[in-house]
Design a protein around this ligand. Structure first.
Ligand SMILES: [Fe+2]
Length: 269
């Protein structure tokens, strides 16, 4: 059985549709929405193609219309993209997000799987690095062969005490310096992390044609093109740009400078 693992699509339908990997089962590991320009299209794709799906922190936030405050980094981008994301979804699509389970245990091909967006300890928000010492206590006693996660947008696999942890990386918003869409495949005992080119400029055009905050548009374009959280945006939507657009963003949002800075993996995954 060939199992396709997808995570962190984030409204980037061009990236999602570029994945043409032959498979028997498709598992979706959370974060269909926010950031990207086509959340509804991504929900429809997953509803049609994924056999099992779980809820990410962004799916939860959009389903519940959680208001995000943030002047920095990915939280700033979430704050900018959450309202248009919620507005773009029909009631059926929001219900789909709200009904996704936060974790799921399955047996496939004789192997036991736990699907969870972040970690078994904190299914939607904990940031899990590729560190066996971090994972060991979180895997202790779990009656599974595989734990499949997303959230960090950093692909990795590791095996700890007989359990294989797989993070396939992000389909739609890479953060590891490689702008190609990231996904994973489990085939028998083989696990593979894969990348594929997609029409990045199509996604950038859609973002640029939207009504998003201009700073958010430029941040997203940079991330799509570079596959990373680029240095000039390192601190927040204003860092490195305080003399350009940053003060404007802070002023519009009426938030004092320096209140929040954010780095990738701070929970805004
Ligand atoms: Fe994510």
């Amino acid at each position: 059985m060939r199992i396709l693992l997808l995570a962190d699509v984030h409204g980037n339908r061009a990236a999602l549709e570029a994945i043409r990997e032959p498979h028997d089962i498709c598992l979706f590991l959370g974060d269909l929405v926010d950031y990207g320009p086509d959340p509804g299209g991504c929900i429809n794709w997953v509803k049609q193609h994924a056999h099992h799906s779980i809820r990410g922190n962004h799916d939860h936030g959009a389903a519940q219309n959680v208001d995000v405050q943030g002047v920095g980094g990915f939280r700033f981008l979430t704050a900018c993209t959450r309202p248009p994301t919620v507005a773009a979804l029909n009631p059926c699509q929001r219900r789909f997000l709200a009904d996704l389970p936060t974790s799921l245990m399955l047996t496939l091909d004789g192997k036991r799987f736990l699907l969870v967006h972040a970690t078994p300890r904190d299914p939607m928000d904990e940031y899990a690095p590729a560190d066996p010492a971090f994972w060991a206590p979180r895997l202790a006693g779990l009656p599974v062969d595989y734990v499949c996660v997303g959230h960090t947008h950093q692909p990795y696999t590791l095996t700890v005490n007989g359990i294989t942890v797989i993070n396939p990386g992000s389909v739609g918003l890479s953060r590891d310096g490689n702008p190609r869409a990231s996904y994973g495949v489990i085939d028998g005992n083989q696990t593979e992390l894969k990348r594929i080119e997609y029409p990045v400029e199509q996604t950038v055009r859609e973002v640029m044609a939207s009504n998003l905050d201009p700073t958010a548009k430029q941040m997203l374009a940079d991330i799509y093109r570079g596959g990373a959280y680029l240095g000039r945006w390192l601190k927040n939507g204003t860092a490195g740009l305080k003399s350009v657009a940053g003060e404007e963003v802070l002023a519009r949002r009426n938030v004092p400078a320096g209140v929040e800075s954010i780095t990738p993996g701070d929970g805004a995954g």
